[in-house]
Design a protein around this ligand. Structure first.
Ligand code: ATP
Ligand code: MG
Length: 256
């Protein structure tokens, strides 16, 4: 966090008891999840000194990994429901770079990243991360969690969100034990799959029911390829992005 003259200063507690750090006087922003634990650096001769210390209360961050080719309302509802049930400060969507489980061609990382940004932009608690698409080589969840741990810091509480199909396979993922060390797993229901934690270490996972959305990216791709609509299966902006970039289309099929 940049601290210096005219850049960052500490502000008093507000009416909700929050304390925060402001950036640029006209653009006050509360930094959620942090408490000021030591006294503010004194203002000396008009110059602000670095604050004595900030400690994190532990920002609660959900992580929704996926190929997102394209992102659809099943992903978004699952993330929203987990955010509500676990009082998360943020859910970060992480489009995979090269998914090691998927042999078939996937759309370019930039297209999948941009569709994810479009789909998440209107929700103040949703963000999109480039950690996986910017890393060389195949994407492994353990690397995702290491990178996000570095971004959010040791105090953050990470919740890794997976649908029932992905949860069933998690022990085959690289360095599964380290995944459990970094994040609490949240398995969510998905139509057509059985949600079970029988194969997982006790206390490492919570299972929750989310509104059933019988949608898959595969079905969305197939619909576009066959000339059928994906309106209301994916956010409107994603429908338009797919059309604009002519994703999933066979050249002879007209329409969205
Ligand atoms: P594809 O058909 O290409 O595999 P997908 O719809 O399964 O796509 P992914 O990007 O593979 O989407 O999934 C990312 C994560 O979202 C996984 O954990 C998956 O289980 C979960 N997920 C996907 N669709 C749903 C859904 N409809 N309901 C609940 N969870 C879902
Ligand atoms: Mg899938």
């Amino acid at each position: 966090m940049a601290v210096g003259r005219g850049v960052t200063w500490l502000v008093p507690t507000d009416e909700l008891g929050r304390r925060g750090v402001g950036h640029d006087r006209g653009d006050l922003e509360w930094v959620r999840g942090y408490d000021l634990v030591m006294e503010v650096g004194a203002e000396l001769g008009g110059e602000l000194t670095e604050p004595a210390g900030l400690v994190s209360r532990g920002r609660r961050v959900g992580i929704m990994g996926g190929t997102f080719d394209p992102i659809h309302h099943g992903h978004l509802v699952a993330a929203s429901e987990v955010a509500d049930r676990f009082s998360l400060d943020e859910v970060v969507f992480v489009p995979t770079g090269r998914p090691w489980q998927k042999d078939e061609a996937v759309s370019s990382p930039e297209d999948r990243y941009l569709m994810t940004v479009i789909a998440t932009a209107s929700n103040p608690r949703f963000t999109t991360s480039r950690v996986d698409i910017d890393r060389e080589g195949p994407t492994y969840t353990v690397d995702t969690l290491r990178d996000l741990r570095a971004v959010y810091g040791p105090e953050a509480q990470l919740f890794f969100i997976t649908g029932a199909d992905a949860l069933a396979k998690i022990l085959s993922w690289k360095e599964a034990e380290e995944i459990f060390a970094h994040a609490h797993l949240v398995g969510v229901t998905r139509p057509g799959f059985v949600l079970s934690d029988d194969h997982l270490p006790p206390a490492s996972v919570s299972l929750i029911e989310v509104p059933a959305m019988a949608i898959s990216s595969t079905a969305c791709r197939e619909r576009v390829a066959a000339g059928h609509p994906v309106w209301y299966l994916v956010p409107d902006g994603v429908v338009q992005y797919i059309a604009k970039r002519r994703l999933y289309r066979k050249d002879d099929v007209p329409g969205i």
